[in-house]
Design a protein around this ligand. Sequence first.
Ligand SMILES: N[C@@H](CCC(=O)N[C@@H](CS)C(=O)NCC(=O)O)C(=O)O
Length: 205
Amino acid sequence: MIDLYFAPTGNGLRATVALEEAGLPYQIHRLDLYKGEQHSPGFLKINPAGLIPVIVDPDGPGGKPLILNQSGAIVLYCAEKSGRFIPADAATRALAMQYFVQAASDISGASMTIFRLEVTAPEKSTANVDYFKKRLKDAFLVCEQALQGNEYLVGELSVADLMLYPSFALRRSLVEDDEAYSNLHRWADNMASRPSVQRGMAYAG
Ligand SMILES: N[C@@H](CCC(=O)N[C@@H](CS)C(=O)NCC(=O)O)C(=O)O
């Protein structure tokens, strides 16, 4: 049984969605980030960076325990462990990694910056928030184009979709009712209809 150290953020939900889609048994340990539980000595032993998500797999590679943080590493680990979501075709796999890294870097970066500027930064600035919202919407437009005529980002369900979906779902209101993002909305509705995604996202509340 995998232990998941979790809070209901985009990064945390990437882990629950990936674990559910991969069909790997896990139990959740919730941390209250507002109470600073990520800085407790017990948790810092598991992740010295004091960040969720983290998984502890007692049955890691070679049968040895594995402690793993970074949402992207967790998504890839679940995919590899289940033997799914990593395209067999080399070109398709390369493109899946491109969209995976875009979600991990450009999209997560802009989304996290919006959160920091709106909630935790000492000085508030509407202009800076708007700037990062525009950057995030531009990154979503790249996905929109990839989804033109495609059910999933690279045609088949891959780690790229598992990485993008929780981030998009939490920021969907930015592009709600916007026709320019119609492929992305269709894709998100399709993702949201998957029972495994529903189970993973149910931890959002
Ligand atoms: N790049 C990391 C980011 C992890 C991260 O920033 N986690 C946030 C929640 S989404 C966190 O634990 N924040 C607690 C803090 O900043 O004290 C990932 O993808 O997992």
